[in-house]
Design a protein around this ligand. Sequence first.
Ligand code: 5GP
Ligand code: ZN
Length: 113
Amino acid sequence: MDDCLFCKIIKGEIPSAKVYEDEEILAFKDINPMAPVHILIIPKNHIDGADKLNAENSAVVGKIFAAAAKLAEEYHLDGGFRIVTNVGENGGQTVRHLHFHLLGGTKLNTVLC
Ligand code: 5GP
Ligand code: ZN
């Protein structure tokens, strides 16, 4: 996806503070952190959002959650953390490339919507 911001980050065309990378996944710090630890975890293969997941492309989500657990350990989020994915306009998704927010490092408020 040529005009996708996160695809440009994956290609290195836009710099990012990477914290984890493998063949399928990239994790980097959110540019506008909403918590002391705010990391975005994305598949390298472009998927628009969680609404476009299917039997063929969704295995990467398990890998993303496994990476999130590893990062949570690395960042000492022992007291807990949150994983969020916004979907579409009503869900507040501003970047249309599937991403999971890993948030922690403080007691997060419990408001879900
Ligand atoms: P969304 O609102 O789609 O759930 O989340 C998009 C996230 O991407 C936001 O938290 C926003 O701060 C982050 N973001 C937007 N542009 C950039 C960027 O160029 N670099 C990084 N590291 N994060 C970005
Ligand atoms: Zn993309």
